[in-house]
Design a protein around this ligand. Structure first.
Ligand SMILES: NC(=O)c1ccc[n+]([C@@H]2O[C@H](COP(=O)([O-])OP(=O)(O)OC[C@H]3O[C@@H](n4cnc5c(N)ncnc54)[C@H](O)[C@@H]3O)[C@@H](O)[C@H]2O)c1
Length: 253
């Protein structure tokens, strides 16, 4: 129960890694607020947590829209009085190279993957600073650590997330706030469908076996375990780090 009496906000918690993270934090005692552009999905995650006797609320929020983020965080402060943990997880991926990526997709990628993390962080940090405690976990990607063919906007944005994490840590560690990021490898959530295009299941499996030393994709729960660890007091001396949770992809090429 590492999050007893704590309030956690998880963006993109209606599906995949965000949903697993929300469930994990709630299972360990947190009151969790799930922000998702898909309000029904956010509600479903909250209901699934309530069914396991956890505490959760779902809110429909597009994290790329300033006033929606500000209104949601104000509502959370009114209801819970504090945010102890922020998991910046919502993401966007459209493949492309410098020649094929549309400018609209580049801008949307940075709005959701980078700017939204800045918006959420600036909304919760003043309260964390007042209380002298708080933890932010950003979801980057292995694509933020190494180049990835045909993924210029996404990989560049995730590289920015890794350094946004270090920058937030540089600015707020002395106020008692720890900021870290998790860099997941392949996780079969549907998120990568635009990148995998029309590859068959067998082709994806063969690609994963070739790339990943463990020979398989990870599960959302395996990523959530790392999120919960970094968010918890067990990680009390870990600051500004990018933790690969990727079956060995970035360590053992
Ligand atoms: N799945 C992978 O292989 C993988 C690998 C590395 C990193 N990641 C990162 O993990 C994070 C979550 O990915 P996932 O695989 O769980 O994806 P997912 O598609 O299962 O879930 C993403 C959720 O975010 C929500 N969302 C998207 N845009 C939003 C917005 N603007 N505002 C609010 N909510 C929004 C979606 O509605 C959805 O519920 C992303 O940041 C992604 O870049 C995923």
């Amino acid at each position: 129960m590492r999050f007893q009496d704590r309030t956690a906000v998880v963006t993109g918690g209606g599906s995949g890694i965000g949903r697993a993270s929300a469930r994990r934090l709630a299972a360990e005692g947190a009151s969790v607020v799930i922000l998702d552009r898909d309000g029904d999905a956010a509600e479903r995650t909250a209901e699934s947590i309530a069914l396991r006797s956890g505490r959760a609320t779902g809110l429909q929020v597009d994290v790329a829209i300033d006033h929606e983020v500000e209104a949601a965080v104000a509502q959370i402060h009114d209801r819970y009085g504090r945010v102890d943990v922020l998991v910046n997880n919502a993401g966007y991926l459209r493949p492309g190279t410098a020649v094929t990526q549309t400018i609209e997709d580049w801008d949307r990628t940075f709005a959701v993957n980078v700017r939204a993390m800045f918006l959420l962080s600036r909304a919760v940090l003043p309260g964390m600073v007042d209380r002298g405690v708080g933890s932010i976990v950003n979801i980057a990607s292995t694509a933020g650590l190494v180049g990835e063919a045909d993924n210029i906007a996404y990989a560049t944005s995730k590289g920015a997330v890794v350094n946004l994490t270090r920058q937030l840590a540089a600015d707020f560690s002395r106020a008692g706030i720890r900021v870290n990021c998790v860099c997941p490898g392949w996780v079969p959530t549907g998120f990568n469908d635009p990148f995998l295009r029309d590859m068959s299941e067998e082709e994806v499996q063969a690609m994963v076996e070739g790339q990943v030393p463990l020979g398989r994709q990870g599960t959302p729960e395996e990523i959530a375990a790392a999120v919960a660890f970094l968010a918890s007091d067990e990680a009390s001396f870990i600051v500004g780090q990018a933790l690969g949770v990727d079956g060995g992809v970035t360590a053992c090429r």
